[in-house]
Design a protein around this ligand. Structure first.
Ligand SMILES: *Cc1c(COP(=O)(O)O)cnc(C)c1O
Length: 389
C-alpha cells in the first residue's frame, strides 16, 4: 500500500489541510453556557450543582449504581483500588500493554503489579492468561489468594478496555470469583462501550472513567469512580471528599480521606459534553467503518470491536505486518502532518516495573511492535461536507 494514500484518506475525512491530531476535543453544544453559569454563580470549586448533575448523567448512561466524580482518571483508579481493599504490599494482576496510569494507581496504593498477557481479540487482559498465571503461581488459604513464591496477597485484577474495546468480562469474572479476587475495571478509554449490551465499568465492583482532554468526552481534566453497589458509592464519595462527617459547622473527619473531588467548573463542561456523547459515538463508528474499508484487503489489519461487544472506537488502530512497516507508517504520516502514534511500550520495560512478576506476554509483544493508532476525533462534518475542524 502506498502510505501517502493513507494521509490523503485521513485528510478527506477531516476536510482540512491543517495538522490533524490523534484526538481533539469538540465543544459544539452548551459548554460555554454552562461555564458562564458556573462563573456567574461563583460556585467554581468543590461545591456546586454541576457535580451532582454530571454524576447523575453518568449513572443514567452507564447504568452504574453510583458514580463519584474525581479530579482525574488516575485518582478514580486510586480510589477504586482503595475501595476494593488493595493495601500496602498487595499484588494486583493487570495487563502489560496499557497506559502507565493503570500501574501508577496501584503503586500509589503501596501495591505491585503482576503483568499478564492481553487477548488478541480485545487487546485487553486475557482471562486465559490470568488463569494460567494463577494456577502456576498462586494458592488459596483462609485469608484468600496468595502468591506462592513470596507469600504476598493477590487482591485484585485490573483489566483495561484498550482503545475502548471491551475485554472478555464474563470469563474474567469467573477467574476472579474462583480465586477470590476483586475486579476493578480501568474503563478510562471506554465510555460508550458495551459488553453484551451492558456498559463497561459496571461489571467490577469499582471502575474508573477518564475525561482527560484526549478522551471521548472531556472536562479538561476529570474522572469518575463507578460503584456497582449503592452502599459502596456512599463510602466512595465520603473518602474522595476528605472523609468529612456531615455537620452544620464542625470539622470532623473519620479516616484519612482523599481530596479528589471534581471542581464544579469541570463538571459543567462534563454536563455539556454528555449531551454530545451519542453524536460523538455515531461519528466515531462511521469513521471506524471508513478506516475498515480503507484497509480492507491490504497487509494492514484494522482493529475492530470484538464480536461480543459494541465499542466506542475511541482510538482507531491498525496492526502492521511487522515493525519496519510500522515505523514507515509512523514516519510518513507524521511527516505529512497527520498524527499517528505507536501503542504504549509494555509496562515491564519501564524502569519502575522492570522487576515486576509476569507471565508469558506473547500477544502483548506482538502488538507492541506493530500497532499504530490513527486520528480518531469525531469528524464532525455538516451536511455540506465542510468540517468544523
Ligand atoms: C486516560 C487513561 C487513564 C487516566 O488518565 P487521567 O489522565 O488521569 O484522567 C487511565 N488509564 C488509561 C488506560 C487511560 O487511557
Amino acid at each position: 500500500m502506498n502510505l501517502d494514500f493513507l494521509s490523503e484518506f485521513i485528510r478527506e475525512q477531516y476536510q482540512t489541510n491543517d495538522f490533524i491530531p490523534l484526538h481533539a476535543p469538540s465543544f459544539k453544544g452548551n459548554e460555554k453556557k454552562y461555564l458562564e453559569e458556573t462563573i456567574e454563580s461563583t460556585f467554581v470549586s468543590s461545591v456546586g450543582a454541576f457535580v451532582d448533575q454530571f454524576e447523575k448523567k453518568i449513572e443514567d448512561f452507564t447504568g452504574t449504581a453510583k458514580a463519584v466524580a474525581t479530579v482525574n482518571g488516575t485518582a478514580a483508579l486510586h480510589a477504586a483500588l482503595y475501595m476494593a481493599g488493595v493495601r500496602n504490599n498487595d499484588l494486583v494482576i493487570t495487563q502489560a500493554l496499557t497506559f502507565v496510569a493503570t500501574c501508577n494507581a496501584l503503586i500509589h496504593m503501596g501495591a505491585e503489579p503482576i503483568f499478564c498477557d492481553v487477548s488478541s481479540e480485545s487487546l485487553g487482559l486475557c482471562p486465559k492468561a490470568v488463569e494460567e498465571y494463577l494456577s502456576e503461581n498462586a494458592g488459596i488459604d483462609s485469608a484468600g489468594c496468595f502468591h506462592k513464591q513470596t507469600g504476598r496477597r493477590i487482591k485484585a485484577v485490573i483489566p483495561m478496555h484498550t482503545f475502548g474495546h471491551p475485554v472478555e468480562l464474563d470469563e474474567l469474572l469467573n477467574v476472579c470469583s474462583k480465586w477470590g479476587l476483586a475486579l476493578v475495571e480501568d474503563a478510562a478509554e471506554s465510555l460508550g462501550s458495551f459488553y453484551k449490551g451492558r456498559h463497561t465499568g459496571t461489571f467490577g465492583d469499582f471502575s474508573a472513567l477518564s475525561f482527560n482532554g484526549n478522551k471521548i468526552i472531556t472536562t479538561g481534566g476529570g474522572g469518575m469512580l463507578l460503584c456497582r453497589k449503592e452502599r459502596d458509592g456512599e463510602k466512595a464519595k465520603h473518602i474522595t471528599t476528605t472523609a468529612k462527617v456531615p455537620h452544620p459547622y464542625e470539622f470532623f473527619h473519620d479516616e484519612p480521606g482523599f481530596n479528589y473531588r471534581l471542581p464544579n467548573l469541570n463538571a459543567a463542561l462534563g454536563c455539556a459534553q454528555m449531551e454530545s456523547l451519542c453524536d460523538f459515538l455515531l461519528m466515531k463508528r462511521a469513521l471506524a467503518e471508513e478506516y475498515k474499508n480503507f484497509f480492507a484487503g491490504s497487509e494492514y489489519e484494522f482493529v475492530t470491536e470484538p464480536g461480543y461487544a459494541k465499542s466506542n472506537y475511541w482510538l482507531n488502530a491498525v496492526i502492521c505486518p511487522d515493525t519496519e512497516h510500522r515505523d514507515q507508517l509512523l514516519k510518513v504520516s507524521n511527516h505529512a502532518g497527520v498524527m499517528t502514534r505507536p501503542i504504549w511500550q509494555l509496562m515491564h520495560r519501564l524502569p519502575m516495573f522492570s522487576n515486576a512478576f509476569r507471565g508469558d506476554l506473547i500477544n502483548s509483544e506482538f502488538l507492541e511492535s506493530r500497532v499504530v493508532s490513527l486520528p480518531s476525533s469525531p469528524p464532525n462534518k455538516d451536511s455540506s461536507g465542510k468540517s468544523y475542524g
